[in-house]
Design a protein around this ligand. Structure first.
Ligand code: SME
Length: 138
């Protein structure tokens, strides 16, 4: 019996778990670097469909994290000039990079319909999730 689960299936399960169990996580998805191109591609996600399936490095919150290699917590997206709006209901966003062999291969991106919901506990928790996700790629 094949109980193996593909990487994309596992990533989708992680999105579903997070979106279901944390009430202020309203859109949960992964973006990954497209080969050696300076762009991110949308991976598995849960929440409203988005047109932003390709994000150039530097563009939006996600594109900035692709360049900075650092967590980006946005308590209020209306204060951000370099921001890509996916849905008008979104008030806040958190993006945490995923490292494999110290290389930034992608990120988890979470939108919230609540203003200023994310704490350092969310950062620590999502860093933990990203370390687990990284192990799917080694
Ligand atoms: N808001 C993101 C774009 C991705 S959507 O949130 C799904 C950004 O500014 O990079």
């Amino acid at each position: 019996k094949n109980t193996e689960c593909s990487v994309n299936e596992r990533l989708l399960q992680i999105c579903q778990l997070l979106e279901t169990h944390i009430d202020y996580y309203n859109w949960v998805g992964f973006y990954f670097r497209n080969g050696d191109k300076q762009e991110l591609l949308l991976g598995p996600y849960v929440g409203a469909p988005t047109d932003h399936t390709v994000i150039p490095f530097g563009k939006g919150i996600c594109g900035q994290v692709a360049v900075s290699n650092q967590n980006f917590v946005v308590p209020d997206v209306s204060t951000q000039h370099n921001y890509i709006a996916c849905s008008i209901t979104v008030k806040a966003e958190i993006v945490i990079p995923i490292f494999v062999n110290r290389k930034n291969i992608g990120q988890i991106d979470i939108d919230s319909n609540t203003i200023d919901p994310f704490t350092v506990d969310d950062e620590r928790f999502l860093e933990f999730v990203c370390r687990k996700v990284a192990k799917l790629f080694v």
